[in-house]
Design a protein around this ligand. Structure first.
Ligand code: GLN
Length: 294
């Protein structure tokens, strides 16, 4: 089959499930991933031949797409802050709003040489998108990252190597009572941080009705969901830890649940944080917070 026919076939199978513009972009992600052919290359070579054997591959991809498996889990890759990252079902697919959080941190740490030589800790790192993009843009920084999932950490380690950056990873359950001692004993012996950042699980079960099938059926629930009656659990635990682990004047950055901006601010204020700043994401939702300790 020629690639122009394949495109028609692809659209005929999937229309109704995806918007045409989305289908278009998924199709070209696949031609680029499979054959290195970008949109323009496909237009220039409409007769590019897809073998019968390759059609089997396309058919299996079509089944996945019909079941709304995210394209990033089909190709095993996602782009974040200009970097290619491996993703799989142990890691969330990095989101554009998290890029905005990273942008904020980079912006706040590039003011002078001293702030560039900062130490950073990312809690709940997943694919490693936050620490890897930070280290790539703040090469003088010393960057640490933890996650509870061994599988996610293996992916994050690989992503750091493939992007030629050094990040210190540690497996840790942030909810463990002995976590502070564990941090101090294991890899952070004398380290206090200038920046602690986290995009922890924050979606309440009651919000599941709003979550699309591609997220709900495929992305790791461990990284997404919290109990309705204790939605800020991770924020409380991480902020308390930050009180012990941040240098004086250090900053804590969070990605937050858009519906819980005021509650998250109140929690941080009650714990003694100051200069609490809330920012919206590109979609206009309350999405990230920066705060400091004395
Ligand atoms: N922003 C993600 C979503 O909407 C959630 C990320 C998280 O829970 N930390 O699916």
């Amino acid at each position: 089959m020629q690639i122009k026919e394949l495109k028609n076939y692809f659209f005929s199978i999937l229309e109704g499930i995806y918007e045409p513009a989305e289908l278009d972009s998924i199709f070209y992600i696949l031609t680029s991933y499979l054959y290195g052919l970008k949109r323009i290359d496909v237009s220039l070579q409409p007769e590019f031949e897809i073998s019968l054997h390759e059609m089997e591959r396309w058919n299996s991809i079509l089944i996945d797409l019909k079941n709304e498996k995210p394209i990033q889990y089909i190709t095993g890759e996602a782009w974040f802050y200009g970097l290619r990252l491996e993703v799989n079902q142990a890691t969330l697919i990095p989101r554009p709003e998290t890029e905005e959080l990273v942008e904020w941190i980079i912006e706040s740490q590039t003011r002078n040489i001293e702030s560039q030589m900062c130490t950073i800790l990312d809690v709940g790192t997943g694919s490693g998108c936050i620490p890897i993009s930070l280290k790539a843009n703040l090469p003088k920084a010393k960057v640490y990252a933890v996650d509870v999932s061994d599988l996610a950490l293996a992916t994050a380690r690989k992503n750091a190597i493939e992007n030629h950056v050094v990040v210190d990873f540690l497996q840790a359950d942030i909810l463990d009572v002995g976590i502070l001692e564990y941090f101090k004993d294991s890899f952070m012996a004398d380290t206090l941080f200038d920046v602690i950042v986290s995009n922890p699980p924050y979606v309440r079960h009651l919000e599941k009705v709003e979550i699309k099938k591609n997220v709900l059926d495929y992305e790791p629930h461990l990284a997404l969901f919290v109990e309705d009656n204790d939605a800020l659990l991770f924020y409380r635990v991480i902020a308390k830890l930050a009180l012990q682990l941040l240098k004086p004047g250090g900053c804590l950055f969070f990605e937050i649940n858009q519906y819980l901006g005021p509650e998250t601010i109140a929690l941080l204020r009650n714990l003694g944080f100051h200069t609490i700043e809330l920012r919206k994401d590109f979609a206009g939702n309350d999405r990230m917070i920066r705060c400091s300790i004395q």
